[in-house]
Design a protein around this ligand. Structure first.
Ligand SMILES: Nc1ncnc2c1ncn2[C@@H]1O[C@H](COP(=O)(O)OP(=O)(O)O)[C@@H](O)[C@H]1O
Ligand SMILES: [Mg+2]
Length: 288
């Protein structure tokens, strides 16, 4: 019998991370795998020692990239691959990768590195960004989920307050897709195939995230939406992905982001599709 660990971050207090791990664990058990849920800190990264216990594979639902790399280096297959987790964990890095692969997305400018104690205000840099993207504009931090680090900037004054606040942080400036205000699509992909999708909409916020007050319903994807989502997951190398799509002009899809450890509870509740079953069968097929 194969053994698997499902790893989540034990320092997070919200129940949804544990719940996500339990969904994957239950799917593994249904498929005849001896699965256990582990908090990241329950695996000690002692570098010159051999791991006492070794699973046959790990489903990695966290962003503890060092732990994912540690396990991979111990010869254990880790899903998603640690490099993919790292790319997706930083939206700036991810957008560079998406652009390299010609993925349709909003106009995006990666903010230059500014050391926390210094500023480039007065250099003319920010004026050029404003000229190119205009207002309203999106500013998005590299690390952030549930819409919490995505800002709609309406005025020049707010813009300068935000860039000052973000000294020392990776972030991007992005065109605000007004035709997508308060609505987007979440597409869950496993091994290059669309498994489930939902339409998310919010009447109170420009962000459609459910955690942020958005509601969701089932959606039948167009071929264009499907293909773009699959190509976006492929561009960052993600075997499992939750791709967010925006509605551009004439409803043409644009990639908003790719999540490497997308939550699957909401999409299960909305569509009745348990993405975890597909994740496990994909892994078992791959490992042979
Ligand atoms: N460029 C944009 N134009 C319009 N809406 C956007 C844009 N970027 C993000 N959003 C909205 O904000 C939400 C959160 O952004 P996203 O990049 O997915 O970050 P998070 O990782 O926090 O989910 C999206 O689901 C979408 O509704
Ligand atoms: Mg998102």
């Amino acid at each position: 019998m194969k053994k698997c660990w499902v790893i989540y971050n034990g320092s997070l207090t919200s129940d949804k991370f544990r719940d996500q791990a339990e969904l994957v664990k239950d799917a593994a058990i249904r498929a005849g795998v001896a699965a256990t849920v582990k908090r990241n800190y329950e695996v000690q990264m002692a570098l010159s020692e051999k791991l006492e216990e070794r699973p046959d594979f790990v489903v990695f639902l966290d962003k503890d990239i060092l732990l994912a790399t540690f396990l991979k280096n111990a010869g254990i297959p880790v899903f998603n691959d640690p490099e993919v987790i790292e790319t997706c964990d930083n939206k700036a890095k991810q957008y560079i990768q998406l652009a390299k692969n010609n993925i349709a997305m909003p106009k995006t400018i990666i903010a230059p590195k500014v050391y926390p104690k210094f500023t480039i205000e007065g250099s003319g840099y920010y004026e050029k960004v404003i000229e190119k993207l205009g207002f309203p504009m999106i500013i998005k931090e590299g690390h952030g989920s549930f819409g919490m680090k995505v800002y709609l900037i309406e005025t020049e004054e707010d813009f300068y307050v935000k860039v000052d606040e973000l000294r020392g942080v990776d972030y991007v400036f992005q065109q605000f897709i007004a035709t997508s205000r308060g609505r987007d699509i979440r597409v869950n992909i496993v091994g290059g195939e669309v498994v489930a999708a939902m339409h998310r909409f919010s009447e109170t916020d420009f962000r459609a995230n459910i955690t942020n007050g958005g509601e969701a319903s089932v959606i039948e994807l167009t071929l264009e939406q499907k293909e773009l989502a699959i190509r976006a997951a492929e561009a960052v190398g993600a075997e499992f992905a939750g791709v967010d799509l925006l509605f551009g002009e004439n409803e043409a899809p644009l990639v908003c982001e790719v999540n490497a450890a997308a939550h699957i509870r909401n999409i299960y509740n909305v569509t009745g599709i348990n993405v975890a079953d597909r994740m496990i069968s994909y892994i078992l097929r791959k490992l042979g």
